[in-house]
Design a protein around this ligand. Structure first.
Ligand code: LMR
Length: 399
């Protein structure tokens, strides 16, 4: 008899199981379209030049390895505020703002979720469909996790009317999780006019917007992609933002993100800070410093920031080019099926409408690895594998 005999074996993570399965697959033509990691035109992992330069600069500075404060690198936090909220909006801010470094965007979602669940309400609403990890992150916070309608699978569009209907049923003080841009997995975001409408509805309903901002810069630009957050700020919302530096700085494994809490009254922010910092201290004590120092080094330098903006634009352009090439290939070879909807999507992902059976066949018959929700990471596409992927998708759809 063992104390552990009664443990249950849980299924593997639907996204993070893919690299392991992919690595174990001996087929030479295999293609990894799983985890949202950027890959260059040769399919290689990519470290940004600005990150390499910042690493060299840090080496010369011989910075120490002491603990950071519980809320992280203060230089990073001061530089992140304007990146997310815009200096002009910060200057006109009446209320309070607390920002803390977190263990990536996921850590920010967890810290923010736990704070809201323990202090405001146990109800959170996430989109149907969304990043598969949202549900379990918020369950772990203690939330009752509900869904609101977001995507119409038939028209491949946002179902804005149903979204608004569901919103008007959400109880007061509950939280709504919103993807600020490049919705994961659909790649579809509300228009600016729709964001304005959502702001009005959310205010009327007295619910708290919690923005997941994992893809800043991958839709249009770092500034434009922050529109919904800055607009909500300008409308006097109390809100939370979970930001991630994994994708836009290519610092996936460094685990750098931030959580921001915007409060109507100035004196609420230090109270929120005390609660969140107490939970961080009892969880992982304080965050790691290397990735935070790199980002701070880049954002504090005019030259490095310029390089970053250019490199981010290059990544964005390559993703767009791959998405459009995929669309053109499917359109050209696809028996008159209309694939133009793919061109309306932004960010890392293409949501082609593949079902579980089709995904299973892509993996089994073609060694093309895609998560069960059918989401394709277009960063995994390149000139070498594009035709193979197009043909395989059409094959599993038509046979
Ligand atoms: C993804 O959706 O693939 C990324 O956000 C990586 C992750 O943590 O799931």
């Amino acid at each position: 008899m063992s104390y552990f005999d009664s443990l249950q074996l849980l299924p593997e993570d639907p996204i993070f199981s893919i690299p392991r399965l992919f690595a174990a697959d001996p087929r030479p033509n295999k293609v990894n379209l799983g985890v949202g990691n950027y890959r260059d035109a040769e399919g290689a992992s990519y470290v940004l030049d600005c990150v390499r330069d910042a690493e060299a600069a840090l080496l010369l500075k011989k910075s120490n390895k002491d603990y950071l404060p519980i809320d992280g690198d203060q230089k990073l936090l001061n530089l992140t505020k304007p990146l997310i909220f815009g200096q002009k909006y910060l200057d006109s801010l009446d209320g309070g703002l607390f920002i803390t470094q977190t263990l990536g965007g996921t850590g920010a979602l967890f810290q923010g979720g736990q704070f809201l669940c323990q202090t405001i309400s146990k109800d959170i609403y996430i989109p149907d469909v969304t990043w598969p990890n949202h549900k379990q992150v918020f369950n772990n916070c203690g939330f009752d996790v509900h869904q609101y309608r977001y995507y119409d699978h038939r028209s491949h569009k946002i179902d804005f009317n149903r979204l608004c209907d569901d919103l008007s049923e959400m109880p007061q003080y509950s939280t709504i999780l919103l993807h600020a841009c490049c919705q994961n997995p659909t790649g579809l975001d509300p228009t600016n006019d729709q964001w304005m409408e959502l702001s009005t509805l959310i205010k009327k309903q007295k619910i708290i917007p919690f923005f997941d901002f994992a893809y800043q810069g991958f839709k249009t630009s770092p500034e434009d992609d922050a529109f919904p957050i800055r607009y909500f700020l300008s409308q006097g919302h109390e809100l939370l933002v979970a930001n991630s530096f994994a994708k836009n700085f290519g610092l996936y494994g460094e685990r750098v993100g931030t959580l921001s809490v915007l409060t109507k009254n100035k004196n609420s922010a230090p109270k929120a800070a005390s609660l969140i910092k107490q939970r961080i201290r009892s969880n992982y004590s304080n965050p790691p410093r290397h990735g935070a120092e790199l980002i701070a080094e880049i954002l504090a330098s005019y030259e490095l920031t310029k390089t970053w903006v250019t490199e981010l634009a290059n990544m964005r352009d390559r993703l767009k080019e791959m998405r459009h090439t995929l669309q053109a290939g499917l359109q050209a070879k696809g028996d008159g099926m209309d694939w133009t909807f793919l061109k309306n999507q932004f960010g890392f992902f293409s949501f082609c409408g593949l079902n579980h059976g089709q995904v299973h066949r892509l993996i089994k018959d073609y060694a093309i690895y895609v998560p069960a929700n059918g989401r394709i990471n277009v960063a995994g596409l390149n000139a070498h594998n594009m035709d193979y992927v197009v043909d395989a998708i059409l094959e599993v759809i038509h046979t």
